[in-house]
Design a protein around this ligand. Structure first.
Ligand code: MN
Length: 235
């Protein structure tokens, strides 16, 4: 037994549909700019941009059903409904044809974003960490095992307070799941427990305290979260 100076935190984890077992999270990778209509709404030229990778910390995951405090240091807090791929293994430099064999399952996720900080970072050529990788920025629904089928098409949608804000189809992704995994494996060694957010379609927008989010992907558990007032520590 390693003699730690204090007990290490339990791993962050996500529910697995149809079982009491949990999926332990190793890392959270995200791909940005992976739907043509979203690239256009961000004011970019789909012919000129490539999808981009960034990360969130593993303990940014939020359970389905949880209330999420409106984060500090933003006045433009956005939702982004996304297909999330959960990895059972991986490795380096995978070929697209071999990539899906390493998938554990699929879930609906929300890539919560401080859009104002992201915009400022883009303008200054700075990293996106504070815009994307903050506490509670990664709600994820229960993972449906890949044994029940891979996800290459199907409706993806998000509603705020019952109003439809995002609607597209998984088949509209610029890079499909296999190509996302293959590309990511050229940058990082993929491992069991990795989650990959695969990008959002158009219709992103701002949230406020009291908002009720409901989003999903055909065949996967519907993801529901609410936005609570900002949580400030007492001084
Ligand atoms: Mn995103």
């Amino acid at each position: 037994m390693t003699d730690y100076v204090f007990p290490p935190a339990a791993p962050a984890s996500v529910a697995v549909a149809g079982t009491a077992q949990r999926f332990p999270v190793h890392r959270i990778y995200c791909i940005g700019l992976n739907y043509i209509d979203h690239i256009r709404e961000m004011g970019l030229d789909p012919e000129a941009v490539q999808p981009v990778f960034f990360m969130k910390p593993a303990d940014a995951v939020v359970a389905n059903g949880a209330a999420i405090a409106y984060p500090l240091s933003t006045a433009n807090f956005h939702y982004e409904i996304e297909l999330v791929v959960a990895m059972a293994g991986g490795g380096r430099d995978l070929a697209p044809k071999d990539a899906l064999a390493h998938v554990f399952g699929y879930a609906a996720g929300n890539d919560l974003t401080r859009r104002d900080l992201q915009q400022a970072a883009k303008e200054r050529g700075q990293p996106w960490d504070t815009a994307k990788g903050f506490d509670n920025s990664a709600p994820v629904g229960a993972i449906r095992p890949a044994a029940q089928g891979h996800v290459s098409r199907g409706r993806i949608w998000l509603e705020v307070n019952g109003e439809r804000r995002q609607e597209s189809d998984i088949s509209q992704m610029v890079w499909d799941v296999a190509h996302v995994i293959a590309s990511l494996s050229k940058l990082y060694e993929l491992k069991a427990g990795d989650l990959i957010f695969t990008g959002t379609p158009s219709g992103v927008g701002a949230l406020k305290p009291g908002d009720r989010l409901e989003g999903g992907i055909e065949g996967l558990e519907v993801l529901r979260n609410t936005i609570a007032p900002p949580a400030r520590d007492r001084r």
